[in-house]
Every structure is written in C-alpha cells, then in structure tokens.
Ligand binder design. Structure first.
Ligand code: ATP
Length: 242
C-alpha cells in the first residue's frame, strides 16, 4: 500500500459513474496518501464534484472500487462514511442560513458522542477561524462569502475527519481571503488531516499540494507532484493561463 513511498489511505480504482445517460466518471483511479494534500484540477463539468460526491456516498457508482484504509466504501450509507473519518466541505458553501454559526458547527459533529472532545474541537475550529468565534451567535446567512466558506470548512472539521474533501473553497473570494483559506488548508494538514482539494485556482492548489491530478471529461489525464504539474507545459497552457 505504498505510493511514492507514502501510505495510501484512500485508494480509488477504475471508478465509473453515470447520471442517466451521461457518463460523468469513466474509469477514474486516484490515491490520497496519509497526511498529504492532494488536489484535483479540471475544467467545469470534468467530473470533479461527482468524484467527491461518490466518495461521500451521495452518488452511486456503476463499477469500480473506493478503498478507505483497505475497506470498501461503495454501497455504505453516508453516515457510516462520515463516521469512518471522511468529511466534505461542499461547493457553494451550503451553510444553514437561518442557524447561527455555532449551531452550524455543532451540526458537523452530529454523529459524535464524545461531548468533551467535541467542545475541544469547537475551540480548535475557533482557533483556526477566530472570525467564526467573534460571530458565533450571528446567523450564518448574514456572514460574508469568505466567512461562510470558513464556516463550511469548520463544520466539516467538527466531524473530526481523518480526510477532509473541499470542493472549490476559494470560489468567488477576494485574493486576500483566498490566501487565508490556503494558509488554513496548510495548517489543517499540519495537524494530521489529509486533504482532497478541488480547485479552479490551479496555481494556488498546485503550490500547496503534495500530489495532483488533472481530470478531463471524466478521466484522469495527468498526475504527479504538485510542483511538477505547476511546471508542466500542458497544465500551464490549459489551467494556469501562462
Ligand atoms: P464544476 O467545476 O463546474 O463544478 P465538475 O468538474 O465538478 O464541474 P461535475 O459537477 O462532477 O463536474 O459534473 C460532471 C458531469 O456530470 C457534467 O456533465 C454535469 O452536467 C453532469 N452532472 C452532474 N451532476 C448531475 C446530476 N445530478 N444529474 C445529471 N447530470 C449531472
């Protein structure tokens, strides 16, 4: 179970997913090693969100395999997948607008029974995002875009995941806020959480990633170390605008 000398935690093999007649994933294989940041880049509609939604159990696969520490995840219910240590921060933030910040965060921990640990993790999330602590009693719908994004990531962290999947965390945010979000991604990873990151901001994503995959129309077309893809001519032309 070693890839580039790293232990594989999430191992996806030959995954096929379709929505009715639309083949969204056509034999995707990808690995997320222990304690690493892996990014998935690709154009709109390439199938990136579908891959995350399939790992989370929200979308059913036709065939293939998703091994999580050697256990098959396909066919497992969503709550079991979350309880096994995988959490997702979805695209578009999707916070509960009418609930407060702290209520949103506690929803992330709904499967946990360890109350004392949960309180500690709430403080951990507040230490990562002091802005959320200041605004804990504010309703989530009144937060700025960047704050809502932080809340979505914080909510996923409240599940105490070993792997967090983030779908476009920087989408629509101002450059300074994007920089903050990427710094927090590094911090979360340093604390032992593996990260699968979908990003349109390929430049930032490849800089932060240990390894990276490029997806085109449902297939992985390129993979390698983040820094290598940053210097790859085809990637530069298609995704970095250089
Ligand atoms: P984006 O960056 O725009 O979010 P993506 O790479 O995440 O794109 P997906 O959202 O996974 O791509 O979509 C892959 C393909 O599957 C697209 O052709 C999309 O139209 C289609 N698709 C996604 N969700 C559904 C659905 N619920 N029903 C039918 N087709 C879908």
């Amino acid at each position: 179970m070693l890839i580039w000398g790293w232990t594989k935690m999430l191992e996806i093999k030959d995954l096929h997913v379709s929505y009715g007649g639309i083949q969204a994933l056509r034999g995707v294989s990808l690995n997320v090693p222990d304690d690493k940041i892996v990014t998935l880049i690709g154009a709109n509609g390439a199938g990136k969100s579908t891959l995350m939604r399939t790992i989370s159990g929200l979308v059913k696969a036709q065939s293939g395999s998703i091994l999580w520490n050697g256990q098959e995840l396909l066919g497992k219910p969503i709550d079991q997948i979350v309880a096994s240590g995988i959490a997702m921060s979805p695209e578009g933030r999707r916070v509960f607008a009418d609930l407060t910040v702290v209520e949103n965060l506690k929803i992330g921990a709904y499967l946990r029974k360890d109350k004392a640990e949960t309180e500690k993790d709430l403080e951990w999330v507040y230490s990562l995002f002091p802005r959320l602590k200041e605004r804990s009693w504010q309703s989530a719908g009144t937060l700025s875009g960047g704050e809502q994004q932080m809340l979505a990531v914080g909510r996923a962290l409240m599940a105490k995941p070993k792997l967090i999947m983030m779908d476009e965390p920087s989408l629509g945010l101002a450059p300074l806020v994007v920089r903050d979000i990427f710094e927090i991604i590094r911090q979360i990873n340093r604390q032992g959480v593996s990260i699968l990151l979908i990003e349109q901001n390929a430049n930032m994503a490849l800089k932060v990633a240990d390894s990276a995959y490029v997806m085109e129309t449902g297939c992985i077309t390129l993979s390698g170390a983040g820094k290598d893809l940053l210097n790859n001519e085809a990637v530069k032309k298609a995704y970095l605008g250089t």
